[in-house]
Design a protein around this ligand. Structure first.
Ligand SMILES: C[S@@+](CC[C@H](N)C(=O)[O-])C[C@H]1O[C@@H](n2cnc3c(N)ncnc32)[C@H](O)[C@@H]1O
Length: 286
């Protein structure tokens, strides 16, 4: 075969390969850029069919990740005058960092753990004690055994009557690697937190923007809870909360590595308790 014929054969081969790729893409109905980017999901995840669609949560998450990392101004911050309720704090590291972030004004901050005081010391020892001292020395309140899904019932009485500008739960996790349980935790947290926020205030929740967390469908849980505006996504920057390190639910659980750049705080504005469109039974209008 001469040089010219060889070149023609190579060209033809390339054209056939290109056609085949396009055929596969068309069949899968995926945007071209998402091929090869689809992450592996949790074992017990059910939406393997929707993974193949352009609107699957992971593709949306990947697109949002790109948008967030392109916008350096879009970082989650808090104001010194905001009344903030922190729930599900592990060793109180976030709340202690939040006090510094709010220029040492702790009197607006209520920091809570799900663990009872004894469990907390057993799990986190000195670290937790140091963080609690840092919060209380600046006028912040600390409470233990507070269930984010039953805030009114489990907060100390005088705190349960308060309304906050913001309720925040960073890296919620039941401790069980089961998607449906973690989805339920989010949903029940939203329902409960709504009662603690004044209209126009916010519920914030930070998650890693990757599977399996992206499969917890946070926006859907907020929608089902009702009276929450669309999620505004902000990049979570650990360095803004001095001394804070993410804690796992059980101290010996597998730690995340290098996950910081994938953390997003989802902020939902709480409307007043008027029903919103998704709450209304449309059959009433027929
Ligand atoms: C992955 S850890 C994150 C801890 C902490 N927020 C942080 O960022 O380091 C998950 C936390 O959620 C808490 N948690 C689980 N179920 C909860 C519930 N129903 N109410 C409040 N906290 C809960 C656990 O106790 C644990 O501290």
């Amino acid at each position: 075969m001469g040089a010219r014929e060889r070149a023609n054969a190579k060209k033809k081969k390339k054209q056939i390969a290109k056609k085949q790729i396009l055929k596969v893409r068309k069949h899968e109905k995926l945007p071209a850029q998402s091929i090869g980017q689809l992450p592996i999901l949790d074992k017990d995840e059910h939406f393997s069919k929707s993974r193949r669609r352009g609107d699957c949560p992971d593709v949306v998450a990947a697109q949002n990740r790109k948008k967030l990392s392109n916008n350096e101004d879009n970082v989650c911050t808090y104001g010194a005058n905001q009344k903030i309720l922190v729930v599900g704090d592990g060793d109180f590291g976030f709340s202690a960092g939040l006090v510094s972030h709010c220029k040492g004004k702790g009197s607006n901050i209520v920091a809570t753990s799900y663990d009872k005081a004894k469990e907390l010391t057993e799990k986190y020892g000195e670290r937790a004690t140091r963080h609690i001292q840092a919060i209380e020395s600046k006028g912040g309140a600390v409470a233990h055994g507070v269930d984010a899904t039953e805030l009114k019932q489990t907060l100390p009485k005088k705190l349960s009557q308060k309304k906050f500008d913001c309720v925040v739960f960073n890296f919620p996790h039941t401790g069980k690697q089961r998607v449906h349980l973690n989805r339920k935790l989010l949903l029940d947290f939203f329902i409960s937190a709504k009662q603690m926020v004044q209209p126009g205030g916010e519920i914030r929740c930070t998650l890693k923007n990757k599977p399996p967390y992206s499969g917890w469908e946070i926006r859907k849980q907020a929608d089902v809870a009702g009276n929450l505006g669309p999620a505004v996504e902000k990049r979570f920057d650990f360095s803004l909360f001095k001394g804070y390190r993410h804690m796992t639910t059980e101290p010996d659980a597998k730690k995340f590595d290098a996950f910081e750049k994938h953390c997003v705080t989802y902020c939902f504005v709480v409307s007043n308790n008027e029903p919103i469109i998704s709450d209304i039974d449309v059959s009433l209008f027929v």
